[in-house]
Design a protein around this ligand. Sequence first.
Ligand SMILES: Cc1cc2nc3c(=O)[nH]c(=O)nc-3n(C[C@H](O)[C@H](O)[C@H](O)COP(=O)(O)OP(=O)(O)OC[C@H]3O[C@@H](n4cnc5c(N)ncnc54)[C@H](O)[C@@H]3O)c2cc1C
Length: 333
Amino acid sequence: MTESITIIGGGLSGLSLAIALRNHGLPVTLHEAGSYPRHRVCGEFISGISPDTLERLGISETLTDALPHRSLSWFSGNRPLRRNTLSEPALAISRHLLDDRLQQMAIRSGVDLQTRSRMKPQPGAPGLVWAAGRRPVKGNWIGLKAHIRGITTTAELEMHSGPGGYLGITPIEDGWSNACGLFKIDSSIKTKHAALLPAYLEGNGNTDLAQRIRDAEWKEGSFTAVAGFGLGLQEPMPGVLALGDSHAIIPPFTGNGMTMAFQSAEIALPHLIAFAEGKTPWPDTCKAIQTSLHKAFRKRLTAAKLIHPLLFHPAALPILSHAPMKPILHLIR
Ligand SMILES: Cc1cc2nc3c(=O)[nH]c(=O)nc-3n(C[C@H](O)[C@H](O)[C@H](O)COP(=O)(O)OP(=O)(O)OC[C@H]3O[C@@H](n4cnc5c(N)ncnc54)[C@H](O)[C@@H]3O)c2cc1C
């Protein structure tokens, strides 16, 4: 008898895993608390993904028209810090489009996709995968994002940092750019909603950019914010198999969170197939996946955790402006 797989969370890890399992003929139900399409807090550039991963998951076609960005300029406050050419392009596409494409592909492949269906973790339940994203915990960070148009940039990707956080600008589809930042929560900032984005930039010393963003055209409905999450390995939930951000959150400056979401689905895939075919009991399946996730992500999580505080420290600016880019990218992917 074939066991079915139930996935909770229809973001990148949940949707890509569901599609891949269906492509192997397995019955899959996916519960997503929200609906599609929708805007999400994300820098919307994918760094370090291999075509093989996308191929194995059966989702390559969703990224064929993603914009390949190579040039990067980095500012500290209002000052240019450095300019680089990436050896591998970062792929840019809005989550509004990407998640929607993936959910359509999931439905076409026969996934039983239930939207507006919020589920609870069920520790020990065989075949249950928790891919529900960031774990709500008290955290010091706020993530802000909006799609803007009519802003001139000095490179394809721009990064603006300061003592309180950083914001990236990434051109995406249809002439829009994504402006997405991660900032330490500042209780002195009293504005609300979309005004938070330029207010946090002002507070971070990125005053020129704050003005350019205020003057830009904003895409209606694209502003989103998220707070209440922690970076790094997430508190394990005993008896629950967690993938993607539910397993670990790599600091966003790496542009590697989406890659990790896809890779965690790729890592889990053969083990879940073996479970569904009755070859491996559920506890052994979970253990094997957890061990593989740990092995695959340990180095980059540690490196990103060490580098992240340097982005905010004025004394680290000389290092950041001269450190060779290639070895750093190698460490955080
Ligand atoms: C500020 C910021 C900027 C970022 N920028 C980038 C970037 O530029 N590049 C990059 O690669 N990564 C970036 N990331 C990280 C990236 O967005 C995540 O790593 C990625 O989305 C993780 O995918 P996931 O599938 O694990 O979770 P998600 O994509 O978050 O999906 C989880 C899904 O689960 C659903 N859900 C939650 N709870 C339940 C429930 N109880 N029942 C049912 N469904 C539920 C949610 O609605 C959601 O759809 C950024 C993150 C932040 C915070």
